[in-house]
Write a protein that binds this ligand. Sequence first.
Ligand code: HEM
Length: 334
Amino acid sequence: CFDKATYYGIDKDVEAIASSLDNEDDLIHFYGGIVRMVAHDFMDYDRNSDTPMGSDGCIDWGHDANRGFWGSIWCDGCDLTKVYHEKYGHLSKADFWIASANAVIRNLSVDKSLDLVDTFLWGRRDADSCQGQGDRIPMGSGCREVQDVFLDAMGLTWRDSVALLGAHTIGKAHSEFSGHDGYWMPSGQEALVFDKQYYEELVMRPWRARNIGKEEEDFIASTEMTHQEPQMMLKTDLCFWFDTDNHYPCCTRTNRWMDGQNWCDWEEKLSDLKCTRYDSDSSRMEAVESVVEFLGGRRPNENNDPFYQAFSTAWFKATTNGHGDLKALRGECW
Ligand code: HEM
């Protein structure tokens, strides 16, 4: 049995661990890591495979795609794992992880308004093994990958995909894990708020290609000169607005200068390689239109509702994919 009291008990326990962390970077990674871990559990779902996987509490911890979980988010000595074994071992890990991620999202959403309790279903069974799981995780090369994983394998829409990637509004990329480095947001404080700022940064911030020719090709904010706490976007993020699959490397705004220096030309000369938008008949326009929708209207505005609603729908689809027999939370367990 899984009732609302247990669900909110997990929420409280996640918050208790968070408040025991005194370092902002640890806090960001704790919150971000839980949500990312659930995404890695559901992004391996392939409806066309004999071994579909999906949210089953099974992650290939040793795979490069999954670096950054074992040892800090989930491990024998990790706080979340200890809480699970001490209090929630009667639940599957898959259910527990999703309830924990829901707690993160609720606690970091504006006025704690995004409560996913009403769409939470439980009853997932954990898999003992999931060989090949890591090979199914997208690495950030671009929208072709989003199409393969989210649309073709998981059966989601472009709108769902754009909504789910909005989760990059929290957390950070670490050079020691993925090779990418930086926040999606301009500051650590903003990386602790679950809101629509991801779309605002995508559209408003000038971006230039970074790590060109390397495995971790991505984008860095053109306003960024120090590289101490860089602001970045992956090619899988920026492709919701620019055609980075067909035109990379590039720079999104080639007409910005400082002290006679073009902002696109800090490391490489990119001022003559302007990023291109999609043609109006491109199938990717559904992604572009979703970004516009999630911006919530004329700027500036505080309207997170379109993002929150679309995220709830997409999160529900992604976390229940392949499960036909899940149950709603009970009012009370006897
Ligand atoms: C195309 C799909 C995706 C790609 C290519 C991708 C890629 C990445 C990469 C490279 C990182 C940095 C990891 C590190 O170095 O620590 C990251 C972090 C993160 N991702 Fe994604 N991601 C994808 C989808 C998602 C989805 C669907 C969610 C949730 C709904 C998500 C949530 C997060 C979060 C919260 C973090 C921050 C982790 C932390 O702070 O430790 N991602 N992602």
